[in-house]
Write a protein that binds this ligand. Structure first.
Ligand code: AVI
Length: 326
């Protein structure tokens, strides 16, 4: 999810006007301290996330990839409808590795659709606009760079076609349950009768499997979290000593919440711009939630936010679901 990254440019005079700065100060002066995981994805964070997706313990990407490569026909059948032209919108498209399998299948089967990837990163959109017509000849693509809901409104204004919105990768899990539901409700409000969504969600499973994915032996998840401190140092002129923080992940099988924290290893003061932030030894910064659901809970979320669950497609291990709602 190169997608959720918010690029900040702080070279101008007033760093304090910058949204990244405001969010960081707000988080670090809250009790308990917290940082927003959407800021993980600077260039180095993108690279670390790539490394994570390739590490043995991090299963969600492989599971969803299996769905997109081996259950493609089912996905296509569920979203295609009566054959009329439709718009296939992807929120946070990234490099579209998973969705390109579906796109390729739809093109081969002469399905009339336009692909509209939405991403906050202009680089991502340029890349897709240039590369997809080469790798998927015949694709109709209109990349939209910006915030999800702004771009959804724009998509609705440029085409009246039926819409199918994909939100993959368990990105929904990076919101607490109530926020996720609110997000789905807003999504529903931005869609019309007959439109659909395809949501990828990571499922509850053996707690050790979940925990290992967020606490990998190689320490990539640790680096991924610590990288946000490095980013704050670089972009906001802070002086975090990254060696004085450790990564702690926990998974609660009852609630399905997998949470990551950074733990201060010493009593220390960190300067961020004009603010001094004091840490107790062993104090934590809450970094990220990766919420896990049961398949039923995914359907309940659909219903609570105004959708109707249509079908669910699972990987072979039943570790991940791509759910289709109307
Ligand atoms: C992007 N998102 C779905 C990932 C996840 O699994 O929550 C981010 C991540 N955090 C740690 N590892 C991966």
């Amino acid at each position: 999810p190169t997608n959720t990254a918010t690029q900040s440019s702080v070279s101008s005079a007033s760093i304090t006007d910058d949204q990244f700065y405001k969010d960081v100060i707000n988080g670090l002066t809250s009790s308990p301290k917290q940082l927003e995981s959407k800021y993980f994805y600077d260039a180095n964070g993108d690279k670390l996330f790539q490394d994570l997706m390739n590490c043995a313990e991090y299963y969600p990407t492989n599971c969803e990839m299996e769905i997109f490569t081996s259950r493609t026909a089912e996905l296509a059948k569920a979203i295609t409808g009566n054959g009329d032209a439709f718009d296939l919108i992807e929120l946070g498209a990234g490099d579209a590795t998973k969705s390109s399998h579906l796109l390729s299948y739809l093109i081969e089967n002469k399905t009339d659709f336009t692909y509209l990837p939405i991403d906050i990163s202009g680089n991502v959109i340029n890349y897709l606009n240039i590369t997809l017509p080469v790798t998927l000849p015949g694709i109709k693509i209109t990349g939209l760079q910006g915030e999800y809901f702004d771009m959804l409104k724009k998509a609705a204004s440029i085409s009246k076609n039926r819409k199918v919105v994909m939100f993959l990768g368990s990105n929904i899990g990076n919101m607490p349950v109530t926020d996720a539901e609110e997000f789905c409700r807003e999504l529903r409000n931005n869609l019309s009768e007959g439109d659909m969504v395809l949501v990828g969600a990571d499922l509850k499973k053996n707690p050790k499997t979940v925990l290992a994915a967020y606490n990998d032996e190689g320490g990539i998840t640790k680096q991924f979290n610590i990288n946000l401190l490095t980013r704050i140092n670089r972009e906001l002129g802070a002086d975090f000593n990254t060696f004085q923080f450790d990564h702690y992940a926990m998974y609660d099988p009852e609630t399905g919440a997998c949470k990551s924290y950074l733990i201060s290893l010493a009593e220390q003061r960190v300067n961020v711009g004009e603010e001094a932030v004091d840490f107790q030894k062993d104090e934590y910064i809450y970094m990220e939630i990766s919420q896990k659901y049961t398949a039923n809970q995914v359907s309940e979320m659909a219903e609570r936010s105004g959708f109707k669950p249509v079908s669910q497609v699972f990987d072979n291990k039943n570790w991940f679901v791509d759910a289709i709602w109307m």
